[in-house]
Write a protein that binds this ligand. Structure first.
Ligand code: FEO
Length: 172
């Protein structure tokens, strides 16, 4: 194994965290679809797929390092949402905890002089900056456009546009 047991555990925890994020966005997408926020539904379905690719990135890395990834059980995410704004706030909170976990791992790589994992995590550090900014910008729309039905319809349209333009590779 080319990484420490501590690093292996953190990366496996990250697999679970990315999987949980994928699942949580899936629940949000489904709620939006039922309510009739089609733009937001498409956006969160896409977001859910993106999180799954993050999870698989970590799985491959663990396996490449001879550490053998553990595939976690899927926990049921919360599905009781009240509003689109509430969903976006929860999404931002989720991303902030993912960022924290990634930064903690970076600290471990620095302590352990694990240059390979440090380089691997760089992509995630950049990705998290993009993810947080994305949700912060979307949340600002409620202050800018409003919270009545027409405003929410406008915000749903913005989300529809966002869901047709997947994120650029943060390292590109
Ligand atoms: Fe993969 Fe949005 O954290």
């Amino acid at each position: 194994m080319k990484i420490s047991p501590k690093m292996k555990k953190s990366l496996n925890d990250q697999v679970a965290l990315e999987g949980a994020a994928s699942n949580s966005y899936l629940a949000m997408a489904s709620w939006c679809e039922v309510i009739g926020y089609q733009g937001a539904a498409n956006y969160f379905y896409m977001q859910s797929d993106e999180e799954r690719t993050h999870m698989i990135k970590v799985v491959h890395y663990l396996n490449d390092m001879g550490a053998y990834a553990s595939i976690p059980a899927i926990k049921a995410p919360s599905g009781s949402f009240k509003s689109l704004e509430g969903i976006l706030k929860t999404a931002l909170k989720n991303e902030q905890s993912v960022t924290k976990a990634i930064h903690k791992m970076v600290e471990i790589t620095q302590k352990e002089k694990d240059h390979s994992t440090y380089a691997f995590l760089e992509w995630f550090v950049n990705e998290q900056v993009q993810e947080e900014t994305k949700f912060e910008t979307l949340l600002q729309k409620f202050d800018l456009i409003g919270r009545d039905k027409l405003a929410i319809n406008e915000i749903d349209k913005i989300l529809a546009t966002e869901s047709t333009t997947p994120d650029a590779d943060p390292t590109a």
